[in-house]
Structure formats: C-alpha cells, structure tokens
Design a protein around this ligand. Structure first.
Ligand SMILES: Cc1ncc(COP(=O)(O)O)c(C=O)c1O
Length: 493
C-alpha cells in the first residue's frame, strides 16, 4: 500500500526516539539479573527498611537531569539508593499486615504487560486484556467455589473494589442519585462489623453518604459480626427513617482474620432487599482449599465479593478481583460514554460480549492486570496454590502451639487462618503496663531487623500480630520469628 505520495514530510533532525531492540535486550538482561539477584539475597537484609524518613530524598538530586543518562547508571542507582530504602514485602520474614509476595511468574507478567502497554478502556482498545480479565476472574471464582453466574473485573485495590461495589449498592437503593446526587435523598446506611476494614467506611464517605452513612455492628467474642445486632441495627434505622442500603460481611478481618457468619448475614440483608458485599480481600484465597471452603459459605448469594490476589495469591501488587452477580447494576452506576468513546462492537448484557471495562468503575484507563494473575494461576495451578496455602496454615498452627504452650505468652484471639494476635504478659501488670510492654516488644523486634511484625487493638487491648502468607516463608523463618519474639520480650524487661 502506498502512503504519503512523494511528500518528504517535515524537515527534522534525525532522532533516535527509543532504544534499539538490541539495547533493550542488553539492558533488559541486566535488569532481570538485578531482579534475580535481589530476590536471591532478600534473606540477607532486614524486611523492614531500617532508615530514617528523608534518606532517599537527600540522596537524590533535587531536579531532573538535563541530558538523558545511561540506563546502566540508572540501574546501578536503583540498586545502590532505592533498594536500601525499601521495605521488602517479598522477604521470607515479612509477617506484618497482610503480606503481599510476588511470584516470579507474576513479576514477568508485569514486564510483559508493560511491554504491551495496553489501555483496556474499551474492548477494541484491548481485546486480549479485556477477555483475559474475564477469563481469569472466572477461574478465580471457580477456584474459590463461587458459581458461574459471577462476573468479574480487576481493580487496583480492595478499597477501590469496595467503593465500586458500594456505588452499585447505592444505585440499587436510590437510583435517583445518578441524576440528582444525594441532596434531598433519604439517609442511606451501610452496615459492617466493628472489625470491618476502614476501606468500607471510607467508601461510604466518598460516595457522599457521609460517615454517618456507615454503621458498625457489634461482634461476638470471636470478632465475627453478630447477626442479631445487625438485625437490630437495621430495624432501628428503618424506624428512625434511614434507608438501609448494603451490608458488608468480612471473610478474614484485618486484625484476626475472623470470618463473619455470611449465611445468617445474607439472610438478613436479603430479607431487607439490601446489597450484600463480601470483603474476602485476604481470606478469600483460603477458600481454594476444600477444607477451608467454609470461609466463603453463603458468599455464593452475595451481590459482590472482593478477593485480592495481591494479598495471599502471590500476584504482584496491585490486583484486586471484584466478582459480582449484578454486573448490570455496576454498569448502571458507572457507565457514562462520551461520543469519542462510542464503539461499533455489540455489547451484551450477560457473558463476555464486547464489554468495555470503563463501564464498571471510576477509571477510564485500565492496565492489563489480568496477565500477571493468569501467569501466576497457570504457573502454580490449583494444586500448587493449595500446597502453599496449606504450608502457611500449618506454620501458623505451629506458632499458635508455641505461644499457647509457653508460659508468659497469651493468644489474644482465635486463629481461623494463618494470622495470629498475641501478647507477652507482665506479671501483675495492668492493661496500661501490658500495652507499654508489648509496644516495646514490637519496637525491639522490628528494630532488630530479622523479622517484621505489626500490631492490632482488640477491644481496647494492644496486641502483637503476625501473619504467615509469604511465598518465600519457610518453617525456619517462623522459628526465627518465635525466637525474635522471645528475645524481644526479655529485652523489653
Ligand atoms: C479485610 C480487608 N479489606 C480491605 C483491605 C484494603 O485492601 P487494599 O489495600 O487492597 O485496598 C484490607 C487491607 O489489608 C483488608 O485487610
């Protein structure tokens, strides 16, 4: 095909706009070597960055370079300056928060996704990205035992997935909001337990329902939502003129991984016509194990379920799968198509169709997050994932036994999954003394640098918290965690 006729085009200096394929190969090999070396030597550095705030800022020039620099020098600075100021989430002894460890297959998935550099806002701008996302979400739903009518898409984080789910809940409860906003609307109310993640309340706030639009429901002694308290809260709110909108049940709460009684919560939510969102950001992964399927029992009747493969499924951050049985409501809540984004492909109400991912959330542009998840799920397979999850649960069980059997230590909550809340006791010490002592244990353990743990507050009690979910964590690492805790307790006096 001849294009451009005889025209010479603008007279511009010769510019090599991008590195050549050979340069890319050479630098790429160096970057991969650096990544492999980093992962290989992780064990030799502290998991928690042992630096003061401002360390990297003071090591970097205040302004950008005038002239382009050699990539070799940039990679060297990455290793020399950036890595030492990093907290290593891939570290085998990262036991804090809910850890997020990246499998090599997922890291390579990120590389290839960046190479394709697809923006899957529309099906036509990313057919493969859109369809791969559809497929991996289906795979994940199947792996955790959710039925085929669940449709999914991928967001950055569970906070976003929850925001999207609650926007759909608001759309269902008060569709007028789309045109009118919430001024003049009935006071909407969303319910979660006192142990629900703050992302739920933040989503309610962001969606214009105000913090008063969120009501925290009491838990039982094992930190699970009390269904009777939920029912009472809804009845009281109806009486007071609120319009209940959604219930969020958590499968794997942030502090203790307690699992709300989803079947009972579901019955109450649906009796009142409310949207049920299940926050299984961390705990959902456990349902891959047949013996832990109970974690998501009842979630098959939810309107939406969030599971973060970037938490306990070895996929590099960010990757949060939002599964929904009501994709049409999500679409009603979010679809707003300017003329320039209209497309000729037919979109179906159900199934894949030529869906446009921009219709399911706030973001227009979407990166190809599905690729890394696809690669991780294929690399491990169901059996490989099961084997790793079982190992984590067994290591947590070992640590639980140590804590229970060692005089002077107390388990502060049940251990339904692989996260433990516990504290070291001080003979005759009151609550304030216990908190001071355990704060000191926490500080000493993390300052020593062999392991990284975090803390939680359970009904006003300050407790230490360790989660076991890292891909590279071995039984020897958990033994080192237990030693570090015991040493920290002695040093704290
Ligand atoms: C139960 C639960 N839900 C939601 C979140 C928020 O996750 P994200 O960082 O993906 O927004 C967390 C974070 O740890 C969590 O524990």
């Amino acid at each position: 095909m001849s294009r451009g006729g005889e025209a010479a085009g603008p007279d511009l200096p010769d510019l090599q706009a991008e590195m050549t394929a050979d340069e890319f190969r050479r630098h790429g090999a160096a970057a991969l070597e650096l990544a492999a070396r980093y992962l290989e030597r992780l064990d030799e550095v502290p998991p928690l960055a042992q630096v003061e705030p401002g360390r990297l800022v003071s090591a970097l020039p205040p302004g950008p370079p005038d002239e382009g620099e050699d990539l070799g020098a940039i990679l060297a600075d990455f290793e020399r300056l950036v890595v030492p100021s990093t907290t290593h989430w891939n570290h085998p002894r990262f036991f804090a928060y809910f850890n997020s460890s990246a499998a090599g297959a997922g890291v390579l998935g990120e590389l290839l996704a960046a190479t394709l550099n697809v923006n899957a806002m529309l099906w036509r701008t990313g057919p493969a990205a859109t369809e791969l996302e559809y497929v991996v979400c289906r795979w994940l739903a199947e792996l955790v035992g959710l039925p085929p009518h669940f449709d999914g898409h991928i967001n950055d984080t569970a906070s976003t997935s929850t925001l999207v789910a609650l926007a759909a809940a608001r759309e269902q409860a008060y569709p007028e909001a789309r045109e009118l906003g919430l001024s003049g609307a009935p006071a909407l109310r969303v319910y979660g337990s006192t142990q629900a993640h703050s992302a739920v309340e933040k989503a309610v706030m962001t969606l214009g329902m105000g913090r008063q639009g969120y009501r925290a429901v009491a838990c039982d002694a094992e930190f699970r939502m009390d269904p009777a308290a939920l029912q009472a809260a809804i009845s009281e709110d109806l009486e007071a003129g609120f319009r209940p909108c959604a219930v969020v049940a958590t499968a794997g709460t942030t502090a203790t991984t307690s699992v709300d009684p989803i079947p009972e919560v579901e019955a109450i939510a649906h009796r009142h016509g409310l949207w049920l969102h299940v926050d299984a950001a961390h705990g959902g992964a456990a349902a891959i194990l047949p013996e832990r399927r109970w974690v998501l029992a009842g979630a098959d009747r939810a309107e939406s379920v969030v599971i973060n493969p970037h938490k306990w499924l070895f996929t590099p951050i960010d990757c949060s799968v939002l599964l929904t049985s009501r994709p049409e409501v999500l679409r009603r809540a979010f679809s707003l198509v300017p003329e320039y984004l209209t497309t000729p492909e037919p979109d179906r109400e159900e199934g894949m169709g030529a869906r446009n991912l921009m219709d399911f959330g706030v973001a227009l542009g979407r990166r190809m997050r599905a690729l890394k998840l696809w690669m991780v799920l294929r690399y491990f397979g169901r059996q490989g994932l099961e084997a790793r999850l079982r190992q984590h649960l067994a290591m947590a069980e070992w640590l639980r036994t140590q804590i229970e059997q060692e005089p002077g230590w107390e388990l502060s909550a049940p251990v339904p999954l692989a996260t433990l809340c516990f504290r070291h006791l001080v003979p005759g010490g009151g609550e304030a003394e216990l908190e001071r002592h355990n704060q000191e244990v926490l500080r000493l353990v993390n300052a020593d640098g062999d392991v990284f743990i975090s803390h939680a507050v359970l009904e006003g009690r300050f407790v230490l918290r360790a989660t076991i979910g890292g891909l590279r964590t071995t039984p020897a690492d958990v033994v080192r965690l237990w030693s570090a805790l015991q040493e920290g307790a002695v040093a704290a006096g």
